[in-house]
Design a protein around this ligand. Structure first.
Ligand SMILES: Cc1cc2nc3c(=O)[nH]c(=O)nc-3n(C[C@H](O)[C@H](O)[C@H](O)COP(=O)(O)OP(=O)(O)OC[C@H]3O[C@@H](n4cnc5c(N)ncnc54)[C@H](O)[C@@H]3O)c2cc1C
Length: 389
C-alpha cells in the first residue's frame, strides 16, 4: 500500500522502524542530524518484550554475541548493600516471558541495527537535520508516502505537532559511564541488574559486552540544572562526592571510572497528537519515558514493529496510522506513569519507597520466582509481533 517512507532520527526507534518497514517491501530513507552514528550512552537493558521484536527482525543471534545476561534484577540499600527485592532473570525470562533479558552496550546495539538496516536496503543520510513538516511530509527532503518522527525526547516534529505541550525538565539528571571489568577487583560488581537506592538518588550497575565492561547509571535530583544541552561531559569528582559514603562496590566502581557523561532527564504529559496527515511520531518523540523502568527504548522498539505491521496490513495509510495510535497510546502511557512512580521507590520517597528505606520489606529471599515476577507480567509478556489486527 505504501512504497516509500522517510524517517527522522537514526536512534534505536528510527533504525528499528527502518528495518521493519524495509522487510515489508517499503523503500526507507533515514535522516540523522549527527555526522556519524556514535552512541555515547553506555549500556541499555533490553527486556523480553523488546527482545521478541528484535528476534523477529532477525537480530537475535547478533545481539546474543554482544550481550550479557544478568542473573537477577535486584533492589538494594545503597549504603548497606542489603537486598530488598530480587527477581530472577537468567534462563527464567525466556521460559516465562518468551525471550531473554539482555544488557547491551548502546554502541553494539546501534551497530547491529545499522548493519541490518543497510542489509535491508535502507538509505541513511548523516548530517541531515530535519526542522519541520507540512501536509506532504518533511520539508527540505524528497517526499515519501509515510513520514516518521523518531527524533527523540527533544523532537522538533513533536513540538510542531503539539505546540502547547513543551518538554519539561524533571529535576533529575543521570550520569552514565562504563568501567572495564579487568580494572576492578574480581567479583566487586554482582552479575545482576542492581538498583542501589538511597535518599534522593540511586545508581544502577550491570555488565555489558559479554561481561567485559561494567555500566553504571547514577541519578541525582537537582532542581537548579542550568545547562540547556541534553547531554554533556560530567566531572567525575562531583559524581564521587554525590555517592561518598555509599557501599564500597559503588565507591570503588566510581573511583575506577575515567569518564562520565550527564543527561538531563526530560518528560512530557500524554501528547494530544501522534499523527498528523502522513506524519507519525514514534519512540521518545511521542512519549518520552523516564529511565526508571528501563523501558523507553523497549517502547520505541515495540512502536516500530507495530507501525510497520499496521502499514503492511491496513488498506489505507489513514487507517494504518489510526490503528497504530490506538494500539500504542495506552501501553506507552502506562509505562510513562510507572517509570515516574519508580523515582519515589528508588529515592526512598512515598509509601513503598519509605518502606524500603526502613528496610521493612525484604522479599529478596522469601518470594518464589513466579510471584517475584508478577509486577512485570504485563510489561514483559507483551508480544508486539503477535498483535491481532
Ligand atoms: C540514563 C538513561 C538510561 C536509560 N536506560 C534504558 C534502558 O535500560 N532500557 C530502555 O529500554 N530504555 C532506556 N532508556 C531510554 C532510552 O534511551 C530511550 O527511550 C530511547 O533511546 C528512545 O529512542 P528514540 O529512537 O525514540 O530516540 P533517540 O535514541 O533519542 O534517537 C533520536 C535520534 O534522532 C536524532 N535527531 C534528533 N533530532 C533530529 C532532527 N531534527 N533531524 C535529524 N535527526 C534528529 C538524534 O540525533 C538521535 O540519533 C534510558 C534513558 C536514559 C536517559
Amino acid at each position: 500500500m505504501i512504497r516509500t517512507a522517510n524517517i527522522v532520527g537514526a536512534g534505536i526507534g528510527g533504525l528499528t522502524a527502518a528495518i521493519a518497514l524495509a522487510q515489508r517491501g517499503v523503500h526507507v530513507r533515514v535522516f540523522e542530524q549527527a555526522p556519524e552514528l556514535l552512541e555515547v550512552g553506555a549500556g541499555i537493558q533490553l527486556s523480553p518484550n523488546a527482545m521478541k521484536v528484535l528476534i523477529a527482525l532477525g537480530l537475535g543471534e547478533a545481539l546474543h554475541e554482544v550481550a550479557f545476561e544478568p542473573n537477577s534484577a535486584v533492589i538494594k540499600n545503597g549504603h548497606s548493600g542489603k537486598a530488598y527485592v530480587s527477581v530472577p532473570l537468567k534462563g527464567i525470562a525466556s521460559r516465562v516471558f518468551g525471550a531473554p533479558y539482555y544488557h547491551i552496550h548502546r554502541a553494539d546495539l546501534q551497530a547491529v541495527l545499522q548493519n541490518k538496516a543497510l542489509e535491508a536496503g535502507v538509505e541513511i543520510a548523516l548530517n541531515a537535520r530535519v526542522e519541520s513538516y507540512d501536509e506532504a511530509g518533511f520539508s527540505c527532503v524528497e517526499r515519501a508516502d509515510l513520514s516518521v518522527g523518531a527524533d527523540g525526547v527533544g523532537s522538533v516534529l513533536s513540538a510542531q505537532m503539539n505546540p502547547d505541550q513543551p518538554v519539561q525538565f524533571t529535576g533529575q539528571i543521570a550520569w552514565r559511564g562504563a568501567v572495564p571489568t579487568a580494572h576492578l577487583p574480581t567479583g566487586l560488581v554482582p552479575p545482576d541488574a542492581t538498583v542501589w537506592s538511597g535518599s534522593g538518588k540511586h545508581i544502577v550497575t550491570y555488565y555489558v559486552r559479554g561481561g567485559d565492561l561494567v555500566n553504571f547509571v547514577a541519578v541525582e535530583e537537582k532542581s537548579n540544572w542550568a545547562d540547556t544541552s541534553w547531554t554533556s561531559q560530567g566531572d567525575l569528582s562531583d559524581l564521587q562526592n554525590v555517592f561518598d559514603g555509599w557501599h564500597s562496590t559503588i565507591t570503588m566502581l566510581l573511583a575506577a571510572s575515567t569518564q562520565v557523561n550527564i543527561w538531563a532527564l526530560y518528560d512530557k504529559p500524554e501528547l494530544k497528537k501522534w499523527v498528523d496527515g502522513s506524519v507519525a511520531l514514534l519512540g521518545d518523540a511521542g512519549h518520552p519515558t523516564l529511565p526508571f523502568m528501563a523501558q523507553g527504548a523497549a517502547m520505541a522498539i515495540e512502536d516500530a514493529y507495530i507501525l510497520a505491521q499496521c502499514v503492511a496490513v491496513k488498506s489505507t495509510l489513514n487507517e494504518a496510522l489510526r490503528t497504530y495510535e490506538i494500539l500504542r497510546k495506552p501501553r506507552t502511557k502506562m509505562l510513562q506513569s510507572k517509570a515516574r512512580k519508580n523515582a519515589d521507590l528508588f529515592h526512598s520517597r512515598g509509601s513503598f519507597g519509605g518502606l524500603l528505606s526502613k528496610a521493612k520489606l525484604n522479599v529478596a529471599r522469601c518470594l518464589p520466582s513466579k510471584l517475584a515476577m508478577f509486577p512485570f507480567n504485563d510489561i514483559y509478556k507483551y508480544d508486539a509481533t503477535k498483535i491481532d489486527f
